[in-house]
Design a binder for this molecule. Structure first.
Ligand SMILES: Cc1ncc(COP(=O)(O)O)c(C=O)c1O
Length: 446
């Protein structure tokens, strides 16, 4: 059966379909079977979809004459098994902490393909990055530049860096805005001259190799004009700095932010359209400014794993306020997906154990945490729903598990990868024993 046969059922992505039992199937595996095997809440990842998104990026960039790098943004979702898949797919990796770096190295990620981000990298994290000989550090501020200069001089170690620029361009779903004041905790701003100063200082450091510039203009972007604007701005500055300091723009990294479909209202572009627009802009300004074509790097997170992830919950209790609202509670919520509570993110869901049915009920999906704001989906149209049904919330693959917490001592869910009719437990469910491992009982003497 096809999802488009019923207008209440969202368009399915990747290998999702409805099987002969009227259950949601992903990667050829029945999600009801998965819920029963691994319990709920359960994150299910469609690995085939992750791989096809990566190849869409790689294929789209093949039109460009210079090298390109697609660096998966780990913050969207990281796991040892995912990193191992990424190694095989030959992509690069963006990490933002010693923890992500550690996991990547443990997964066998080639260090030269790792880029290290973050506005407050610690001394220890920088030492680790240098010891592993990672490919590049994206430098965020003067303190960090100074720390890297000192460490590389002390250990006589070379490191490639990108200078992170706050370009004064912010992109939101359908528009971008140019802000005069570049008020952000990230990067060096252009207007006050800090970016230029950072480039000059970095060029004077003996062991630092300034290979280019970086900017990330936002998330869930549906248009290409923001990317075009940032490319123009960065390339024009690069040209000017080249005249003044000899700075050579070998790499232009335009960050991530490519939009995905959470609900039917979302209409993101195809990956090839984002990429071809970026490539065309870089080519255009290279000709206009008479500069060499730089390498183009991107850092997609959400667009790689977002739609590949589905969370399965079990329906529990309900509260029906006549004429007002019917609340239906699930066995998870803000602890495993903070996005609705944090910034009003919208999702859609279906009943995994009876997908194709009359969608004649409207319910609001409440999380189980002790917070009124723990509401996962408001006013969701569903078939008649009862305790024990399985709710599948779609497109939860990015910034869901990676932002999960133990709030209310709710154990973090398990994560299962599915592909070719097989399921693989990528991350175990957290247990009460896992909680206890970190606890120290008070000594009698205290
Ligand atoms: C510097 C940087 N690069 C890449 C990303 C990934 O963005 P997305 O997941 O929207 O592609 C982010 C997200 O916050 C980011 O801050």
């Amino acid at each position: 059966m096809n999802s488009s046969d019923n207008q209440n059922i969202p368009d399915f992505q990747g290998s999702m379909k409805i099987n002969e039992k009227n259950h949601l199937e992903i990667g050829g595996v029945d999600t009801v079977f998965l819920a029963e095997k691994y319990s709920t809440p359960l994150y299910v990842y469609d690995i085939d979809l992750i791989k096809s998104r990566l190849s869409e990026f790689k294929k789209a960039f093949s039109i460009y004459k210079k090298p390109t790098q697609v660096a998966y943004a780990s913050k969207a979702f990281s796991s040892l098994a995912l990193y191992q898949i990424l190694v095989k797919e030959g992509v690069s990796l963006d990490v933002v902490s010693g923890g992500e770096l550690h996991l990547a190295i443990k997964a066998g990620f080639p260090a030269e393909k790792i880029h290290f981000h973050g506005n407050n990298k610690s001394h220890q994290e920088l030492v680790e990055a240098l010891n592993y000989n990672i490919g590049c550090i994206v430098v965020d501020n003067f303190t960090e530049l100074d720390m890297i200069n000192q460490l590389t001089s002390l250990h006589q170690k070379n490191i490639n860096i990108l200078i992170r620029i706050t370009p004064g361009i912010e992109a939101h779903t359908h528009e971008y805005i140019t802000t005069g004041q570049e008020d952000s905790k990230f990067g060096f701003d252009l207007t006050s001259g800090q970016a230029e100063k950072a480039v000059k200082l970095a060029l004077e450091c003996s062991y630092i190799n300034v290979i280019g510039l970086h900017a990330h203009i936002g998330s869930q972007i549906f248009e290409t004009d923001g990317y075009q604007a940032v490319i123009e701005r960065l390339m024009k500055h690069a040209k000017q700095w080249n005249k003044e300091t000899g700075f050579d723009l070998k790499v232009l990294n335009v960050g991530g932010g490519f939009g995905i479909r959470y609900t039917k209202e979302d209409e993101p572009l195809a990956i090839k359209d984002y990429v071809s627009s970026i490539v065309k802009s870089v080519e255009k300004y290279a000709i206009e400014l008479e500069i060499e074509l730089p390498e183009i790097w991107v850092e997609p997170g959400r667009s790689i794993v977002g739609e590949a992830g589905t969370t399965i919950y079990t329906i529990g209790t309900e509260k029906n306020i006549p004429g007002v609202r019917r609340y239906v509670s699930i066995d998870g919520g803000m602890a495993d997906n903070i996005r609705p509570a944090l910034y009003g993110a919208k999702y859609t869901g279906i009943l995994a154990n009876k997908v194709y049915a009359q969608y004649d009920t409207t319910v609001s999906i409440a999380g189980k945490a002790c917070e009124s704001g723990d509401m996962l989906i408001w006013d969701l149209s569903l078939p008649e729903v009862e305790q024990g049904d399985y709710l599948a919330v779609l497109s939860t693959g990015a910034y869901g598990y990676s932002m999960a917490s133990n709030y209310n001592r709710l154990p973090r869910p398990a994560v299962v990868f599915v592909e070719n009719r097989q399921d693989f437990l990528a991350i175990k469910r957290e247990s009460y024993d896992d909680f206890m491992r970190l606890e120290n009982p008070i000594a009698d003497s205290i």
